[in-house]
Write a protein that binds this ligand. Structure first.
Ligand code: HSE
Length: 310
């Protein structure tokens, strides 16, 4: 067997409360790993998938990782290349942590690396978004862009993928809990009203702008005041049992802000240091464990690297 290369693409928190479909950040862990090998037999093939309990398709056009890679190979005129994929899911899916995005990112990243980087990371972005799109049918880069590029990313326009990286204040930590309840992204998007009042728009744009200024100036109080979602969270909170109990406990424990991670059911909080992040994690775990809901906790700095070759 030929030696392959292995890449890692991290989980991510989309929306970040104030930026539905246009804001997201990457976590240091968990994430997905993909190993690719060149083969003499033309075309892409998935030879192995682990960690997915048989739930992921192996058909090239249906799997987010291989579809993204195929689109990228077509773009550079190399679709005939023989490439074998091993996909190792090392994070929960259907969790609101950008699992399909991480797979799509790992797919394009792995192929780009084995072909000795014909494209820059930034140029890989549209193909990774195409991969993720087959998972929930929608075109948005708020998980894919941070998973690929790292950091906290604002997507000014999803259509043109006009993406911008925000500076991260020192010491910022994310605490994320995944309560094991089923929330389907399609459903979680489907329940959202397409009507927003002018009052809500004014409040939400003020908060988004305040959040961005806070990130640029490391103004922690401003970040805290701004991390309030008046449009999406009130509509989705019903999908997550004990959401408001968790949010109240977490803010009481000193978090800057707390909201739903992506389409849910995961909940994230931002804190100014690891001690607070851990205390926040204890509160989150306590509430779900007391309610007998299985859960998984992740505490991480904001991942600045995004997808990497291991
Ligand atoms: N912005 C997306 C949502 C992320 O909240 O539905 C999940 O795909």
């Amino acid at each position: 067997m030929r030696t392959g290369i292995k890449v890692f693409a991290p989980a991510s928190v989309a929306n970040v409360g104030v930026g539905y479909d246009i804001l997201g950040f990457a976590l240091e862990k968990p994430g997905d790993e993909i190993i690719v090998r060149l083969s003499d037999k033309p075309g892409l093939r998935i030879t192995k998938i682990t960690g997915a309990k048989g739930k992921l398709p192996t058909a090239i056009e249906k799997n987010t990782a291989s579809f993204a890679a195929l689109k990228m190979l077509q773009h550079i005129g190399e679709e005939g290349r023989g490439i074998e994929f091993e996909i190792h899911k090392k994070m929960p899916f259907g969790s609101g942590l950008g699992s399909s995005a991480a797979s799509a990112v790992a797919g394009v990243m792995a192929v780009n690396e084995i072909l000795r980087r014909p494209l820059t990371k930034r140029e890989l972005l549209p193909f990774a978004v195409m991969g993720e799109q087959i998972a929930d049918g929608a075109w948005h880069a708020d998980n894919v862009a941070p998973s690929l590029l790292g950091g906290m990313i604002l997507i000014r326009s999803n259509e043109t993928l006009d993406v911008h990286r925000l500076p991260i204040p020192k010491g910022l930590y994310a605490t994320v809990i995944y309560p094991k309840v089923e929330v389907l992204t399609k459903h979680s998007r489907g329940i959202l009203s397409d009507q927003t009042s002018l009052k809500q728009c004014i409040e939400q744009t003020g908060n988004l702008a305040g959040f961005i200024i806070g990130m640029y100036n490391s103004d922690i109080d401003l970040i805290g005041r701004s991390l309030k979602d008046v449009i999406i969270e009130p509509q989705r909170a019903q999908l997550i049992p004990h959401f408001y109990a968790v949010k109240n406990a977490v803010l009481e424990a000193g978090a800057l802000g707390c909201s739903i991670s992506g389409a849910g059911p995961s909940i994230f909080a931002l804190s100014t240091n690891s001690l607070i992040a851990e205390r926040v994690g204890e509160e989150m775990t306590r509430i779900f464990t007391d309610a007998k809901i299985e859960n998984q906790l992740f505490i991480s700095k904001i991942n600045q690297e995004g997808a990497v070759l291991l």
